[in-house]
Ligand binder design. Structure first.
Ligand code: ZN
Length: 184
């Protein structure tokens, strides 16, 4: 069987383009009754594919490239309220800001400026970047950032001079020290 050819129709017989459109139209406005839907559900309920079938299915899907348009559609299907795990928009603002393109740009510029060297112990290939001397929390409190729009308009948040590079160890030590300081 040639690649990309659906093995749904085993005989190799194909519908004409005209017929395909007709079928599509009919399927679109087809509404099944509850009884039929239940029947359809029960017909396949509890059935498991054998290993051979699974292998066949995976083989037929291999190498398939999904188009950009379809991928976009697929992602739109599961965004926000449509997603099963949607909890009503509770993603913290901090995480939202970190997902901005601006944040990535800010990070990259600092990485380029300091060439990935930890500011405290001069270790190379460090890649943790935080806001300093004014911390992230400080900025959000001082400029009263409550929405993503506020964050985008806040210049201090995207200021390269207010940022530094740390390595894993220094970052751990810093956050630990800060937490300790807060407790006392
Ligand atoms: Zn360090």
């Amino acid at each position: 069987m040639p690649k990309g050819f659906s093995n749904y129709n085993q005989s190799g017989w194909k519908h004409s383009e005209k017929a395909k459109i007709k079928i599509k139209k009919k399927r679109k406005c087809q509404i099944f009754t509850a009884k039929t839907r239940r029947k359809m559900r029960l017909a396949h309920l509890g059935k498991k594919h054998t290993k051979e079938e699974l292998k066949k299915m995976s083989k037929s899907q291999k190498g398939k490239i999904i188009g950009l348009k379809t991928r976009l559609k697929m992602s739109l299907w599961q965004i926000g309220e449509r997603n099963n795990r949607w909890k009503g928009g509770i993603t913290p603002l901090r995480r939202k800001i970190r997902n901005f393109g601006n944040y990535q740009r800010w990070r990259n510029e600092i990485l380029k400026r300091d060439e990935g060297i930890c500011i405290l112990c001069l270790k190379e290939d460090s890649n943790i970047i935080d806001h300093y001397p004014m911390t992230f929390k400080h900025i959000i409190e001082k400029f009263k950032i409550e929405t993503t729009k506020d964050a985008l308009l806040c210049k201090k948040l995207w200021d390269i001079n207010n940022g530094r590079i740390l390595c894993d160890e220094c970052n751990y030590r810093e956050t630990y020290a800060r937490a300790k300081f807060r407790n006392y």
